[in-house]
Every structure is written in structure tokens, then in C-alpha cells.
Write a protein that binds this ligand. Sequence first.
Ligand SMILES: NC(=O)c1ccc[n+]([C@@H]2O[C@H](COP(=O)([O-])OP(=O)(O)OC[C@H]3O[C@@H](n4cnc5c(N)ncnc54)[C@H](O)[C@@H]3O)[C@@H](O)[C@H]2O)c1
Length: 270
Amino acid sequence: MSHPFDYSNKRVVLTGAYSGVGAALLDVLAELGGPEVIALDIKKPEGKISQFIETNMGKEDSVAAAIDAIDGPIDVLFNNAGIAATHPVEDVMAVNWLGLRQLSEGLLPQIVKDGAIANTASIAGGQWPGHLQDVLDCIAIDDRAEFGGWCIEHKERIGDGYAFSKECVQVYTMKSARATLASQVRTNSVCPAPIDTPLLPDFNKTMTEKTMNWTIDQIGGTIASPRDIAMTLAFIGSDGSRYVNGVNLNVDMGFNAFMTTGQLDFSGLA
Ligand SMILES: NC(=O)c1ccc[n+]([C@@H]2O[C@H](COP(=O)([O-])OP(=O)(O)OC[C@H]3O[C@@H](n4cnc5c(N)ncnc54)[C@H](O)[C@@H]3O)[C@@H](O)[C@H]2O)c1
């Protein structure tokens, strides 16, 4: 029997492999047996990959071309690419949400029995319980023109797009887990707290440096490394998590636990 976290002889697709968490995941996968990695990104990764398909996850035709270009069976799809709200809201929703769903549904027929989809969401997307129906309504829309109309009508809910796009990913992870299970494919996400990646300065701008530093301070003062998140992604993609499905796994050193049990100290935010 093979090791539960072994990736040798596997074939994975990874979006956002050029930097940050995706680049760290290339290293972790190499340590776990060195699967074949098909990388989708706007920039060619320097890490160990088998194939690069230049793909803009925010463009429907680019994602469709990538789906066409990927032949054969896939063991794990890692939907990791994402952008901050330093970009226009339409782009944030397109890259972080629409592209992720399009790739997942386009590649599902090729994902093998006992395979997995692993999404990179965020703790920023954890506020959906307060307005679940809005998120369910949004993720039910397939037609892009109709989606655009819904976004205009709900622009206050969507805000700058970042948190809402990650709410869509979290709720979709739970909803689509039932549909993918019919193909014996599990779907889960990681929901990280701030990570020390090239995206962090963008979040310092959009969410304020004070809020980001306060969040890190509440969890002991040490920011997550890209590798911390990559290791958890590797876990939810591996056979070691074979009975885990539809889970949004907070990788936040307890931030959500402390929030739920009333243990965050908000005085530093005043
Ligand atoms: N950094 C954080 O604090 C943080 C916290 C929680 C969640 N996340 C999420 O982690 C994931 C990885 O981000 P990161 O922090 O490693 O940032 P990063 O900027 O280092 O990595 C993002 C990757 O996505 C690629 N990318 C950007 N736009 C793209 C597009 N249009 N099409 C295809 N690829 C594109 C980039 O080239 C890069 O390889 C994202 O989904 C992000 O939202 C980040």
C-alpha cells in the first residue's frame, strides 16, 4: 500500500504556481514523490513542473483553451490562483470565483475516482453565514451576462470583491462537494489567515496594514509562510484526507476559533 501522502505517479493541475503558495506547493509536491504538474498561470513558474499552459483565470476563453489543452486523467486539481482588490472588482470576481468554477467543472470529467479538488479560499471569505442565500443565489448563476447584472444589483454586498469572491469559493466548496462525490471526487478548501507572499502588500493597501497586523498579532505574531499553506493543500489533495469532503479548513493558527469563542482582543483595532 502506498504512503497516504504520496504524490508519486500522480498527475496534478495547479493554478497560480508562479509565486507564493503555488510556488511553495511545487516544492512540497516534489518532496512528496514528485507528481506530474501541469501549471496554469499568467507567468511561467520557475519551480519543477511538467507542462506550462499560459492561462488568464479571469478570461473565459483562456480558461476554456486551458481545459481543451489538458488531456488525460487528473488526480488532483489545485485551484490556487487569486488576486487582491487592488484590481477592479470585475477582475477579482472573474479570477477568484468564475475562473475557479469554470476550471473545476471543465476538468471534473477527467478527475479520476478517488481524486480531489483543493481550493485556496481565505478567512476573508468566512462571513457567508450572515447572508448565505445571497451567496447561493450568486453561485447558481451560470450565464456571464446575468452574473454581471446580479453583481450590479448587489454591489453593496460584493464590495471590492475580495471577501465576497472567497465567500463564493467557500460556499461552492460545500455545495459542489455533493456533485463531485457522484464522480467519487472530493472537494475541499483551505482558508488561510494572512500569508507572507507577494500578495501581502496588496492586502495591506486594501484591508489596511493595521488590520492585517492586528490579525497576525491575535494569533501569536507569526505570519503564515507559503509553505504552511502549501502543506495543508497537499494534505487535502492527498489520499490521507480520503474521507474529508465539503470542508473549508481554516489554516489560521486559531483565529476563527478565538473569534467564535470571544477571545479576540479588539482594543488594538480602535
Ligand atoms: N497572501 C495572503 O495573505 C493570502 C491570505 C489568504 C488567502 N490567500 C489566497 O492564496 C492564493 C495564493 O495567493 P498568494 O498569496 O500565494 O499570492 P501570489 O500573488 O504570490 O500568487 C498568486 C498566483 O496567481 C497567479 N495569478 C495572478 N493572476 C492570475 C490570473 N489572472 N490567472 C492565472 N494566474 C494568476 C500569480 O502569477 C501567482 O502565481 C490566492 O487565492 C489568495 O487569494 C492569500
